[in-house]
Ligand binder design. Structure first.
Ligand code: BGC
Length: 865
């Protein structure tokens, strides 16, 4: 049958138990003292105590606006809470509601924008949409709605009903005229229901490097959430792939903050255009699954701003409605209880107007409300416990003035405002998802799929990266015979949903990872079905062997074929499911099911061996990458329910490969700058020091002069491109005098001010330079190129050698030359100054290169700043 199986439900129960046991062990330990200074001090610079490498890096905490001087509030009082002592001043604390910034509209750079009507997709990103008026209108309505609410009613707006107590994975109850909210996973499809689409995973979308396709995927996914009556879609996910083995990397957009930020931006604009609220998650530094609820990610302030927080900044600029704080601690304070990241960076610096929800069970105490948490999910302390840190506890804290009613009003206002902001007050569809009762006919009441299969196929093809193609092995041209080898070519043995939440060893093609970031497959096209159907057009003989374990047989089967295509994969997922010893994260970076041996066995017998890889992330492919009989490598990522058809489109050249790697493929696992941190005890907090700082992925390989196997941004085409005619044009846009002053200050080396919305300000993000250049298709077929712009900062800046700051896509027929354009803002040229707590232009010449990858530069220039 289509849709969820009994196992789906059983695994949901496993999810609860697993999550409970994880969180239980956490709750028994005391909350460690915060590494941050009290937030209501004026700018103070302190050395973080959380790890020795940080001692040389000052971490500065600041307040948005000067706060009323109080003596008590700078004293850290130790108070008893449900979770033990907490170093937070409870009687007087630095809460001020965040105002909606108002700036004069400057069309067309700063058009007033309603989330249902986002700016058009450009191949460029030179529009800065202004969502402030839409937020302001929504705040007005929300404030009127809660004006007569009791404290309990306002608290109910902030408190989920508890795990498995509603139709969705998260539910806010009806309160007076507010009908409540349905919050539902996942970043690639509507979870736990029927008649929905399994879109290509985030990592595949990012591999397209194509803004239009990423936007279209967001919109189509949003339309499915909307059709099912889901108010809040729990995506996109934008963790950074700091560790190549990280279990959930495939849900996100790769290992570069700029690429991730652009993908997050387009996804959110698309999702919210459909009318649903998008959720930027997991905020922040949730970079491995091992001990995710019990690890402190120790990150210096500059790295936090430039790498990990950047995609969230872009999410705020896309007008995102919600942000989900993560399970882990950041510099020894739980993310959902972390004033610095929730209130100072997100709400003050980025000017975020929506609400912060906890990850499921990630709320650590009632006073997290003071740190900036607005909503607790799923509501209960541990999933299924029936207790809550908000609910009656929060009511009591407000009644006795431990938490001010103004802060509670702010929490409820933010949540209701997001609902008005997305116009969800105007006839929103009923919820037709029942997450925990798969056989409820409600799940089949609405067919949300539309014609999204076509888009899935396109995104999956565009997200496929051609890594090797010797002697024009591809595209296939009417081969007489093909043999398909490996289980990854096949339909899964017991149907597309053989494991709940996809949490098991895949017996067929891998088209998504496992965990909460999944959906049920309504159907799944395997390479076997797709290739066989396509091969009939040429009357090609097609044979297959899906047994990975009989290497002799695989080799023998390959002997007579004109083309042998070997399919291999590698899977990972979320920590509450362990698959073959992989506790979410991957144990290693080698192919599953003896994939390397399978390739070698086939390549030993067939001199036209093509390898297709479905993987959650990078693999070490040294055992066979240079084998002379391996003529082509197709990196097919995770394609969703049209995976097989998309692979056919690449193999036969219906889609000329245009995907580019969103991460580096190394020669050795140890070449990567960061590894999983394992070990730890049941009660201790595991320290994970981000010692590589700014040097993640290719930035590290470049700085350390390590040759990767395939670099970030790399990918081949069936045609070739040449670049020429680089021109840099300053863009002179009119701004008001206040912004003119800020621009002058920046040009003179000053940092952006410490103010509300200071990091998302128009003057900082409006286009400053336009870089144009010509691209010519010099090969034999129509194709798309992805020109990339890398900035090279002067040595004084202390930046990695090359950092991605722009990309575009251009499609050309053979012989055609087209002009491509990329714009650069002041923000793109700035670095985070930890002492001044602002974005500043480094001293010296800022160079840049335009090229086809992070190591294939074709044109070079400098910015005249
Ligand atoms: C995951 C989130 C997810 C939530 C609800 C958590 O375990 O980390 O990404 O949205 O569960 O299912």
């Amino acid at each position: 049958m289509m849709g969820p199986t009994l196992r789906t439900w059983l695994l949901a129960v496993v999810h609860v138990v697993a999550a409970q046991s994880l969180t239980n062990s956490t709750f028994s330990s005391a909350v460690p003292s915060s590494a941050w200074s009290p937030p209501n001090t004026s700018t103070t610079t302190t050395a973080s105590s959380s790890s020795s490498f940080l001692t040389s890096l000052p971490v500065t905490t600041t307040s948005a606006t000067p706060l009323p001087a109080t003596t008590t509030s700078t004293t850290l009082t130790s108070v008893a809470t449900e979770t033990g002592p907490l170093t937070w001043p409870i009687s007087e604390y630095p809460f001020t509601p965040f105002p909606t910034p108002t700036l004069a509209p400057i069309p067309p750079v700063y058009p007033e924008t309603d989330p249902l009507n986002p700016p058009p997709i450009g191949t460029d990103y030179n529009v800065v949409p202004d969502f402030a008026p839409a937020w302001a209108a929504a705040y007005g309505k929300a404030q009127s709605m809660i004006a007569n609410f009791t404290i309990e009613q306002k608290v109910n707006i902030t408190t989920g009903v508890g795990w498995m107590n509603g139709l969705c994975v998260g539910n806010i109850p009806t309160v007076a005229n507010f009908p409540g909210l349905c919050l539902q996973d996942s970043p690639l499809g509507v979870r736990f229901t029927d008649f929905v689409t399994a879109f290509p995973a985030g990592i595949t979308a990012a591999s397209t490097w194509n803004r239009a396709l990423i936007r279209a995927r967001g919109l189509a996914l949003g339309q499915e959430f909307y059709a099912k009556g889901v108010n809040v879609g729990l995506g996109p996910m934008m963790n950074m792939g700091r560790v190549a083995q990280g279990g959930r990397n495939w849900e996100g957009f790769g290992a570069d903050p700029f690429l991730t930020g652009e993908a997050a931006y387009e996804t959110i604009l698309g999702l919210q255009q459909s009318g649903i609220q998008a959720t930027a998650k997991h905020y922040i530094n949730n970079e491995q699954e091992w001990k995710r609820t019990q690890e402190s990610s120790n990150v210096d302030d500059r790295t936090e701003h430039e790498i990990y927080a950047h995609p969230f900044l872009r999410s705020v600029m896309a007008g995102v409605s919600a942000v989900m704080c993560s399970y882990n601690l950041v510099n020894d304070t739980y993310a959902c209880n972390n004033y610095k990241i929730l209130s100072d960076i997100l709400k003050r610096e980025y000017g975020f107007q929506g609400y912060v929800m906890s990850d499921w069970g990630a709320t650590m105490n009632t006073l997290s409300a003071v740190a900036g948490l607005d909503m607790t999910m799923a509501g209960d302390i541990t999933l299924g416990s029936g207790t809550t840190y908000f609910g009656a506890n929060l009511t009591a804290y407000v009644m006795n003035n431990t938490v001010s009613e103004a802060r509670l009003d702010d929490m409820a206002t933010r949540i209701i405002a997001a609902w008005y902001y997305m116009h969800q007050d105007q006839g929103y569809p009923n919820v037709t998802v029942d997450s925990f009762h798969p056989y409820n006919p409600l799940n089949q009441e609405v067919n949300a799929q539309s014609n999204h299969d076509q888009l899935v196929r396109q995104v999956a093809a565009a997200g496929t990266v051609l890594l090797k193609n010797e002697g024009n092995a591809l595209p296939l041209t009417k081969p007489k015979s093909i043999v398909l080898v490996g289980s990854d070519a096949a339909p899964p043995v017991s149907g597309p949903n053989e494991y709940a939440d996809q949490g098991g060893d895949p017996t067929g093609i891998l088209a998504m990872g496992w965990g909460s970031g999944t959906t049920n497959f309504t159907y799944l096209i395997s390479p076997y079905e797709a290739i066989q159907a396509r091969a009939r057009e040429d009357q090609t003989t097609v044979s297959w062997d899906f047994d990975n374990w009989n290497l002799d047989q695989a080799g023998n089967d390959a002997i007579p074929a004109e083309v042998a295509i070997v399919f291999i994969n590698s899977d990972s997922g979320e920590a509450y499911i362990t698959v073959d010893g992989n506790v979410g994260d991957r144990k290693n970076l080698t192919a599953w099911h003896e994939g390397d041996q399978l390739v070698l066995a086939v390549a030993a017998q067939n001199n036209n061996t093509i390898v297709v890889v479905n993987s959650v992330g990078p693999l070490i492919i040294e055992p066979w990458v240079d084998h002379p009989n391996v003529t082509a490598i197709v990196w097919a990522s995770l394609g969703g329910n049209e995976a097989g058809n998309a692979i056919v489109d690449i193999l036969y050249g219906a889609w000329n490969p245009s995907g580019r790697l969103p991460y580096t493929i190394a020669k050795n696992a140890s070449d990567y700058p960061a590894q999983l941190v394992l070990g730890g005890t049941a009660t201790d907090i595991l320290s994970i020091d981000y010692t590589e700082g700014l040097y993640i992925d290719y930035r590290w390989f470049d700085a350390q002069n390590i040759t990767p196997r395939y670099e970030f941004g790399y990918g081949l085409s069936y045609t070739t491109f040449e670049y020429s005619q680089l021109v840099i044009t300053p863009i002179d846009a009119s701004v008001d005098s206040a912004q003119e002053d800020l621009i002058q200050n920046w040009e003179n080396g000053g940092a952006s001010p410490i103010a509300e919305g200071s990091s998302t300000a128009l003057w900082l993000h409006m286009p400053l330079f336009q870089v144009t250049f010509n691209v010519e298709n010099t090969g034999p077929v129509y194709g798309g190129e992805i020109p990339q712009l890398y900035v090279h900062h002067p040595p004084s800046a202390g930046e990695p050698p090359s950092i991605l700051k722009g990309f575009t896509n251009i499609e050309l027929v053979p012989g055609q030359t087209g002009q491509a354009s990329i714009t650069i803002s002041r923000y793109d040229l700035s670095v985070w100054d930890v002492v001044r707590q602002g974005w500043a232009k480094p001293n010296g010449t800022i160079g840049f290169s335009i090229g086809a990858s992070s190591r294939d530069f074709r044109l070079n220039g400098t910015f005249p700043v």
